[in-house]
Design a protein around this ligand. Structure first.
Ligand code: NDP
Length: 326
């Protein structure tokens, strides 16, 4: 078994030397336990901030994977069954069957199991809850989403279109912007090349935004908040532009805009609605099967390339969900 260990806490942007590939000796599975083999692994932005608060140096990197049961001492999970597990960056894991989420029994053969880490997994759930539970998005409303070509953002925009909304998406390359148009976004912008973000956001929605699905934070937010309608709602999902900062952010923050426009801003984590996950995953899968939810993936081959895939995702290499295929 192989595992990627965090050798030292990240300082600023992660580098190759923060990781080390180690060989692990695994115990025999005991009663109720299974031996898993990773098939697809996920690299996600949360790993950057969570590594500092949830991990010690020398520990295996946190993370989720789709894995196959290759040895079983649990009747609930026979050999050959696929599961989603929080096993970390490991090729093989021995763990208690009750800690794993079996892939839904009726997962269609034509749908890649990797989607259980993307649109029909945690990022898809994040998009759904942010739109429905936090924003309460209504048909006819105008929504802004950034990091729009990524795992969460691409699902946010597509669900908003399903709900009959007008969607404006921002992303960091022309190829990503072209992808957003393929997905049916009404207006798109490349935040890296626009002459004025303020003007681009205003032109994309001259009457302003009812809702803003925030994935990025920092200066983008300050500009975007100025373009909200009165009583606009903001779901603060992520702040990827801040995750590698070495000094905590203190501003800028458009305080007076919040007051004068009477905005409502709510941070959230998808785990708040864990009780709804099974039903929500079914809804997401139904949209995938109907062709209403297109799922692009950025696949990196080889477990050895996990750090590179993680760093690449933080640098914006990925269109769609960043996945590692073992
Ligand atoms: P993505 O697939 O969107 O990948 C990350 C993307 O972020 C990159 O491709 C890049 O796209 C963009 N990015 C990187 N650095 C910057 C920057 N400095 N400024 C603007 N954009 C940047 O990741 P996810 O879809 O998995 O996650 C998106 C956001 O959602 C993250 O902030 C994440 O932490 C958050 N999240 C929150 C959850 C919750 O429960 N609250 C759950 C899951 C995710 P580009 O080329 O467009 O810059």
């Amino acid at each position: 078994a192989q595992a990627w260990v965090l050798t030292q806490h990240f300082h600023g942007f992660p580098t190759d030397s923060d990781f080390e590939l180690r060989v692990e000796q695994l115990p025999e599975p005991r009663d109720g336990e299974v031996l898993l083999e990773a098939v697809f692994l996920s690299v996600d932005p949360y790993m950057r901030p969570f590594s500092r608060v949830r991990m010690k140096e020398g520990e295996v990197m946190i993370g989720t994977q789709v894995a196959k049961v290759i040895q079983s001492n649990s009747p609930a999970l026979p050999v050959g069954r696929h599961v989603v597990g929080r096993c970390g960056w490991r090729t093989h894991t021995v763990c208690d069957a009750t800690d794993l989420i079996p892939i839904m029994e009726d997962w269609p053969e034509e749908v890649s199991l990797s989607l259980a880490l993307g649109a029909v997994g945690m990022p898809g759930l994040t998009a759904l809850y942010g739109l429905e539970e936090v924003l309460g998005l209504q048909a006819g409303e105008t929504l802004l989403v950034n990091a729009a070509a990524g795992a969460v953002g691409s699902v946010v925009g597509q669900i908003a279109k399903i709900k009959g909304c007008r969607v404006v998406g921002s992303a960091g390359s022309d190829a990503k912007v072209a992808f957003l148009r393929e997905l049916g976004f009404d207006r798109t912008l490349n935040y890296k090349t626009v002459a004025s973000l303020d003007q681009a956001l205003r032109e994309a929605a001259p009457d302003g935004y009812d809702c803003y699905f925030e994935n990025v934070g920092g200066p983008f937010s300050s500009v975007a908040l100025q373009q909200m309608k009165d009583f606009g709602r903001i779901a603060v999902c992520g702040g990827i532009s801040l995750y590698n900062d070495t000094t905590p952010q203190t501003g800028p923050y458009p305080h007076l805009t919040m007051i004068f426009k009477q905005l409502k801003m709510e941070g959230f984590m998808q785990s708040r609605w864990e009780h709804k996950h099974p039903e929500s995953l079914k809804r997401l899968m139904a949209w995938v099967k109907e062709g209403k939810l297109q799922c692009r993936e950025h696949i990196t081959e080889g477990f050895a390339n996990m750090p590179a895939a993680f760093i690449g995702m933080l640098q914006g290499e990925n269109i769609g969900k960043a996945i590692i295929k073992v």
